[in-house]
Design a protein around this ligand. Sequence first.
Ligand code: CTP
Ligand code: MG
Length: 215
Amino acid sequence: MRCGAVVVAAGSGERFGGPKQFAVLDGVVVAQRSVDLCRSVADVVVLVVPEDAQEQGYGADVVVVGATTRSASVRRGLSALPLDVDIVVIHDAARPLASKHLFVSVVAELSEQVLDAAVPGLEPTDTIKRIAMHGDRRHVVETIDRSSLAIIQTPQAFRAATLRRAHASGSDASDDAALIEAVGGTVVVVPGEIDNIKITAPGDLDLAERIVGRR
Ligand code: CTP
Ligand code: MG
């Protein structure tokens, strides 16, 4: 089966304070690390970048310009993939510490024909409460049963035809699996990785350096 990968790196990194995907992590650019990881499963890798960052490909086969939402950036990447790929892996450039094994495990899950998508997930270990604003205070409404919850990461693997159909709606969601759910597809969760952090806040790059340092 032919596999294509889309690495989304077109965000502005507002919470981080700049385009974190181009920060250097232990001597290697974050986006480059994410592209390299995709090579463990993908025959072709598309990197989606901001308009002003098109000159470097970080090892990808194709570089395209992204859009204002993550989902729209994924769509740009998807349309740059060859039409003959059977499986598509979508990965956040901002997750440079996923293992190659994780890429292999989401793709392997799709050998089961009835499944449309496989995503890595972790069981929440903190207590999770629903809250609501009462004036300027956040009041607790209830405590959620966390046994039915999962914290979802990338890489996410999809049957290509289903992913293209799901994205045809042009909807936005915080991940691609949500669009599969919306068209009634079957998404399964495989074990995620605690070290597979998404670089989001300024301190996360230091945390990532520490994780790399103890490998
Ligand atoms: N992304 C993208 N296009 C967008 C928004 C996000 O390609 N319009 C990518 C980011 O580059 C990142 C991944 O999607 O690799 C996950 O998004 P997030 O961590 O939210 O990154 P940013 O949107 O850049 O950060 P922020 O939300 O803090 O601005
Ligand atoms: Mg964002």
